[in-house]
Design a protein around this ligand. Structure first.
Ligand SMILES: Cc1ncc(COP(=O)(O)O)c(C=O)c1O
Length: 468
């Protein structure tokens, strides 16, 4: 045995590094609510402490974990504290974190059943539960990927395979060059990841037919072009800014009649289907062919948890097919046939634990909680002088101030506060402040602390502009 092996074996047996990491993690969690959401500039400067050349020799594990805990731990962005409203970032549920810790110790590769029977089992249960929660067709299969971006890649690859196959073109055999032309039908508010994934699949601007959207970001039905069996249409369950949902019940039957493929980007909004209170928003989604959704948004699983759901298993598995004489498949679930990657961590473990913990009523309660909080945020902000530009149908709020200049300055002030954080965007030509209420830990108290910063920022910037 080499000296290095002996050293690492000792680390394993003594659990020294794991104990140190867990102590540091518990310290990190102490008074979490009091801590800044975003690190200060002075704190960020400390990150230069990581700079340096790759060490020549084996180092001291204890020192490395200490350095990580000290420099890294004070420069994280705290999504889970309840005052973070950036992007659409949820905070991890305690049950998900605990399960992920355990899964990390298990160190499972979820590619094949034979590599990890437990991962395969839990993924197949997740597939079953998600199908039920979203009321999707029985034949639907699920692949667990890093996030909705990759999930959309899978759905669109399945669409490409199926439509070309229907036109007697086998893309696996014949490739894309010279293939029949497919048409891509997108709303003008389609999320950028869909376009990125279409590009990866060989589709460019010339194949995209853009459909106008209404003031909430929903596709205008009367603007949809004549569809046919060469069309891939992408709809949205939850616009990234407004949270709006396309009118699935009216649009999808038109697409299906034309034998088009419909994919739904439901990164955070698909969870509306899991709540009777909100399922009117997702009425008709079961008619689509594929759906992408994240665990790490509305469900608040730890990061790196996306799902592709597809009601045409043959299309999905053909599109993601991989060969190799050493691949040992089994009668049970071999997860890699539903994902682009082969080796990957067993993210189904924490997804299963979050679903098992919350159950149907807990998931519905979480969805409703995020919505109630978004409504509260919007109402309070409006009372304090902000404009609310969207109908708050889910968890997203769009705020604006008198002018683009003031909005941008207010946002900068909020972002620099350290107390709360949210991002900006352009919406219908205006600069906006995006508030995404996505963490289970958000409460009225935390929102009030955040709103105080919003209001102070607005007052400062409006009185500044009056004096100028
Ligand atoms: C509507 C929508 N689609 C896709 C994505 C990308 O998801 P991910 O970052 O999990 O890949 C997001 C992220 O916020 C989103 O809101």
């Amino acid at each position: 045995m080499s000296k290095l092996q002996i050293h690492m074996l000792e680390q394993t047996r003594s659990c020294e590094l794991l104990k140190l990491a867990s102590t540091s993690a518990f310290t990190y969690l102490e008074d979490a609510e009091q801590k800044n959401v975003f690190p200060s500039d002075e704190s960020l400067d400390l990150l230069t402490g990581f700079d340096g050349d790759l060490p020549e020799n084996v180092g001291d594990g204890v020192q490395i974990i200490k350095q990580l805990a000290e420099l890294g731990g004070q420069n994280t962005v705290r999504y889970s504290g309840g005052r973070y409203y950036g992007f659409v970032n949820g905070g991890a549920l305690p049950i998900g974190l605990a399960a992920k810790w355990l899964a990390d110790i298990w160190d499972q590769n979820a590619a094949l059943h034979v590599m990890s029977p437990v991962a395969a089992k839990l993924e197949s249960i997740c597939q079953q539960w998600l199908k039920q929660l979203f009321a999707l067709p029985d034949e639907t299969v699920a692949g667990l990927v890093g996030g909705t971006s990759v999930a959309s890649l899978c759905g669109l690859a399945a669409a490409r395979y199926r439509l070309l196959s229907n036109l007697n073109w086998d893309i696996s055999e014949q490739g894309l060059f010279g293939a029949p032309t497919l048409r891509i039908i997108l709303g003008k508010q389609t999320h950028g990841t869909v376009i990125k994934m279409l590009n990866l699949l060989g589709f460019g601007q010339q194949q995209i037919e853009w459909v106008d959207c209404d003031e909430q970001g929903r596709m205008r039905i009367e603007k949809i072009p004549e569809l046919d069996n060469t069309c891939i249409m992408v709809l949205q369950a939850g616009n990234v800014c407004s949270g709006a949902f396309d009118d699935f019940a009216r649009i999808i039957p038109i697409a299906k009649k034309a034998e088009a493929w419909v994919h739904i980007d439901g990164a955070f909004g698909l969870w509306a289907a899991a709540s009777t209170q909100f399922s009117t928003l997702t009425k008709g989604i079961n008619l689509a062919n594929s759906w992408s959704v994240d665990g790490h948004k509305t469900l608040n699983t730890p990061y790196d948890c996306g799902v592709i759901l597809c009601s045409d298993p043959a299309a999905l598995t053909h599109a993601l097919h991989q060969q190799g004489s050493y691949i040992q498949t089994s009668e049970a679930r071999d997860s890699m046939i539903y994902t682009p990657d082969m080796s990957r961590r067993a993210r189904g473990i924490e997804l299963w634990s979050c679903l098992a913990f919350l159950g149907k009523s807990g998931i519905a309660e979480l969805v409703s909680l995020l919505h109630q909080h978004a409504k509260y945020f919007a109402q309070q902000a409006q009372k304090s002088g902000f404009e609310v530009l969207n109908d708050v149908v889910f968890n997203q709020v769009i705020l604006a101030c008198g002018t683009n200049e003031i909005t941008k300055n207010v946002l900068k002030h909020i972002q620099n506060s350290g107390i709360t954080w949210c991002g900006g965007a352009k919406w219908m030509g205006r600069d906006i402040i995006r508030v995404s209420v996505c963490s289970w830990a958000t409460t009225e108290l935390e929102m009030d602390k955040s709103l105080a910063v919003f209001v102070e920022s607005l007052h400062q910037n409006t009185s500044n502009s009056e004096h100028n």
